[in-house]
Write a protein of this length. Structure first.
Ligand code: PEP
Length: 252
């Protein structure tokens, strides 16, 4: 049975002190939840990882980095390796977020290297995919997602692939206030699961957690999560306030 997950992506927000406070507040509220089966992850800035990892109970909240280097180690000034991230107690890493793809020119080949390094270091990748507005307008969204999965993930062995969480994030919905309709989300998630089934097998597809991301908030999370192939969300803006984030978790 696949896991339902709500993951926050704080992006480049919160000082260390603010980050610690927010993490503690989220933990406190998640601890009170009746349904303990929903995985809660917070994707936080690199410099927060060791400190926040130390103060949270990892049985209640898991920690994700927002990126990792495509190189294992060495003379790559400013980079942070998967091994370094793992050494802080972090469990997940977001790879291929649309902001990394567009502002930092990360292509599928580079992202595939990152995924493999993450897995080698026992980090679970949250692999982001999604089309641009123009691509959707031209009906190319399925081709785009297919290519991102083919080049980014589908050369992984079965065992490696079982560690992957996929996040479908239509780029036109990220930080714009515009959300995919529940029908658009379901249609794409169903398509992604079918691709996983074709490239691996039906059981692997059934066990793969596929999150929706893109202006997901307390007011729309319930109708998005109600879809059979939507297993939770990757939440940007609304993960910066504990109350909103918790309300989204409660939408299940
Ligand atoms: C994101 O950054 O992954 C995201 C979905 O952002 P937002 O929720 O703000 O659209």
């Amino acid at each position: 049975m696949r896991k339902r997950i709500v993951a926050g992506n704080w992006k480049m927000n919160k000082t260390l002190k603010e980050g610690i406070e927010l993490a503690k507040e989220i933990e406190l509220q998640v601890e009170k939840q009746k349904d303990k089966s929903i995985g809660v992850i917070i994707g936080i800035p690199f410099i927060h990882l060791p400190e926040v990892s130390k103060i949270v109970n990892h049985k209640i909240i898991s920690i994700a980095a927002q990126n990792c280097s495509s190189e294992p180690k060495g003379a790559f000034t400013g980079e942070v390796s998967a091994e370094m991230i793992k050494s802080t107690g972090t469990e997940y890493v977001i790879i291929g977020h649309s902001e990394r793809r567009s502002y930092f020119n990360e292509d599928n080949k580079t992202l595939n290297k990152k995924v493999k390094l993450a897995l080698e270091n026992n980090l679970n990748p949250i692999f982001c995919i999604g089309e641009l507005l123009d691509e959707r307008k031209h009906g190319k969204q399925f081709d785009v997602v297919n290519k991102q999965l083919n080049e980014g993930l589908f050369d992984l062995a079965d065992e490696e692939f079982s560690k992957i969480i996929i996040a479908y994030e239509p780029v036109w919905a990220i930080g714009t206030g515009e959300t995919a309709t529940p029908q658009q989300a379901q249609e794409m998630h169903e398509y992604i699961r079918k691709l996983v089934s074709d490239n691996y097998n039906a059981e692997t597809a059934d066990n793969t957690t596929i999150l929706y991301g893109g202006s997901c908030k307390p007011s729309n999370a319930q109708e998005l999560f109600a879809n059979p192939d939507v297993d939770g969300g990757l939440i940007g803006g609304a993960s910066l306030k504990a109350d909103d984030f918790i309300e989204i978790i409660n939408s299940f």
